[in-house]
Design a protein around this ligand. Structure first.
Ligand code: ADP
Ligand code: X2W
Length: 286
């Protein structure tokens, strides 16, 4: 147990980081696989509240894939993934919208409010935040984002709210709504907001040379490293599109992207407000 002096020291050491990021925008993508327990979720939301109360403009962009799959199972509708994207027929779209824009979004908003922050929950349809057309009929109603209008998110930030965004988009090709992968939406939003950082919370320590061994964490990745990493076969499954989203965010002007382990309590605070870099950091150059 740390002494009062040690606790005070930790707070004082956070000061330069608070000053550095004060007024800057940080987008946190909170994926379903990192929403593993109430305790961890509370820790993530506490970090968000603290960052917002010290003047960092935090935006939460959430997924909830496992919750959607559970609901589809409960109503007896099959879940199918094509190239890592959920095949989204009309019935699935209804469930995606109910679960993401309803249950998951409002639970996160309520939790942030309950912890002393002020959250505002919206989805990509609100204020035409995300507009999308059908990506490819092979995926059903999965959208390809054609435009991002972050006006509403900026206004919410200016008024002191933490925007909590779910990733359903406004359809522009006759479809009322489209399903968007949350990593893709987070990268697009971070670029549109000119964010300083994009943090992707997931269920691994970061990018690993051997996914079964946490000791093989790769701390820093530059875009030039990615082709070799891909060719070596160590990047598989959901990590392939995730890395692409990281590169898109960097190419769009986001200074740094972090892959952090949502299972480590307060990983966001440790990454942002201390000199202990955890997880994998992606940046264009040192
Ligand atoms: N080299 C790698 N390092 C870390 N994770 C990897 C790697 N290759 C594949 N993965 C997988 O990527 C997964 C994270 O992607 P994904 O399941 O899409 O996350 P999320 O649901 O949080 O968006 C990890 O759980 C892991 O199984
Ligand atoms: C097109 C597509 O696959 N959409 C995702 C949206 C949610 C998501 O991405 O949630 P996670 O971050 O928890 O995986 C889905 O329907 O599961």
């Amino acid at each position: 147990m740390s002494t009062h002096a040690e606790q005070a020291q930790t707070l004082i050491e956070a000061l330069p980081y608070i000053q550095k990021f004060n007024g800057k925008t940080v987008v946190v993508k909170y994926g379903g696989s990192a929403m593993v327990s109430d305790g961890l979720r509370r820790a993530v939301m506490s970090d968000i509240v603290l960052l917002s109360l010290v003047g960092i403009r935090v935006v939460v962009l959430h997924g909830g894939g496992p919750e959607i799959s559970r609901m589809l199972k409960a109503i007896g509708h099959p879940s199918r993934f094509v190239d890592g994207l959920r095949y989204t027929d009309a019935a699935t779209m209804g469930v995606v919208q109910s679960v993401l824009c309803g249950k998951v979004n409002k639970d996160l908003v309520a939790q942030i409010n309950g912890l002393g922050g002020s959250a505002l929950g919206i989805c990509g349809i609100d204020g035409r935040l995300f507009q999308a057309r059908q990506l490819d009929p092979r995926y059903g109603l999965v959208g390809d984002i054609t435009a991002v209008d972050p006006t509403l998110v900026r206004r919410a930030l200016d008024d002191g709210f933490v925007p909590v965004v779910s990733t359903v988009a406004q359809g522009v090709d006759g479809n009322p709504a489209c399903n968007i992968n949350a990593d893709t939406a987070a990268a697009k939003l971070a670029v549109a907001l000119g964010a300083e950082k994009l943090i992707l919370l997931t269920d691994v320590r970061g990018l690993l040379r051997d996914p079964a061994d946490d000791a093989t964490l790769i701390s820093v990745v530059r875009p030039d490293d990615v082709p070799a990493l891909r060719d070596s076969g160590i990047v598989t499954g959901g990590m392939i599109p995730k890395l692409d989203c990281c590169l898109d965010a960097l190419a769009g002007g986001v200074r740094r992207v972090h892959l952090l382990d949502g299972r480590i309590p307060h990983s966001i605070l440790v990454e942002l407000l201390s000199d202990k870099g955890i997880g994998t950091m992606l940046e264009l150059a040192a």
